[in-house]
Design a protein around this ligand. Sequence first.
Ligand code: SAJ
Length: 445
Amino acid sequence: MQSLSDELKEKIKKKEAQIVVIGLGFVGLPTAVLFANAGFNVTGIDINPKIIEIVNEGKSPIEEPELDDLIRKVIENKKLVVSTKYDGTIENADVIIFVVQTPLGKNKKPDLTYLKNALTEASKYIKKQSLIIIESTTPPGTTHNIVIPIIEKISKLKNGVDFWVAYCPERIAPGKAVKEFIENNRLVGGTDETSTELAYSLLTQITKGKVIKTTALTAEISKVAENTFRDINIAYANELALLCEHLNADVISVIQCANTHPRVNIHLPGPGVGGPCLTKDPHFLITSVSMELPSDLIIPSRKINDYMPKHVVSLTEEALKNQDKKISDCKIAIFGLAYKGDVNDTRESPAIKIYELLSARGANLVIVDPFINEWQGISIYDDPINAVVNADVILIATDHSMFKKLDYSLLKTKMNEKPILVDGKRILSKQQIEELGFVYVGVGV
Ligand code: SAJ
């Protein structure tokens, strides 16, 4: 006789399992769309009615290559249905995937309110024989110590008997969501053998990459450890940049030389680290569900990266001082508001911190970003040529491809005498920019 979990596995393999995805943000929406596109009947739930309205029109509320086309397709063929309501959908769900936001709260502590609320609400309707997947980033221990107890308490069902839970983190970079969801390797962190097997059979339906089986706790730690590795590596590059400025050397040449070693891969310095992941996950790593753990490396690295916007402002201030100018008397064109190149995402962007610091010093500021039209009521230039009229400084805060290809000699003709170019991302050649008549200042040079 087939066990209940075998029946569910069979349903998943035949794509007959009903999937509910809770949270249709940057990660949840591509998750829902890809399962629907693979042939599953998917219901997406989000408490934000605006998201539901846009998706129902067959459009994407976020800018992601390929996502618009896929949404149109799965809304038209009714493989994806979206709603703000839990009741009437969860009762029939064989698989429930939680992808709600887990932000940093006060004092940089994880704020699991959205996840707890979604679990509490959904648990009222969960049926027997369902698979629960947690895809949100969580502090280690959350699946066992928070997720399972909430479901058991509200649903009165028993974990491992009536339902199964696995932690399966996402690893997609914003701007490449669809491609990376399909191609990247995935982790499946089960809470027992059955949940691992069920989650494995589910993820292999949409992933071409390897699906690696492990425990929920290991997957939780691995997820935040990956982003923390990157954050620490960038902090090292940033500290190296600060050292090179004192040593009168160019950090980019140093990193290029060092990276020719077969076991060295130093990341790139810049105006700071942005985005929702690298700025958050190191704090999650050191905050297990019950206590804050000691760390002599992780938080100091965060501090280095958090300092970089101030450093870029200091570099600007110093360059202006050398010309007997004050920030408050100058016009500065900030090139880039997004947190990284070629995306329209401004979450935790170092460019915003730079903007705020310069604004507090009384600078006359304009922003150029080809991916963003407006930010906090401020209109943003997409054409740099109009933005730099009578500017004293161009400050590159984001490495959009467009900024690498501009005609800086033309821009210079619109700017004030002795224009300064502050290259926060080190995307231009110091020599070429100086030859055009700019004063070139860069992080780590
Ligand atoms: N940055 C540097 N120097 C570098 C690389 C990046 O200063 O050498 C800066 C970027 O400009 C940006 C920030 O770091 O401000 C973060 O950008 P990112 O490209 O490192 O990554 P994210 O935040 O867009 O996505 C990361 C990815 N994690 C890793 O590469 C380990 C992605 O795979 C994760 O899925 C994502 O976090 C997430 O959702 O956790």
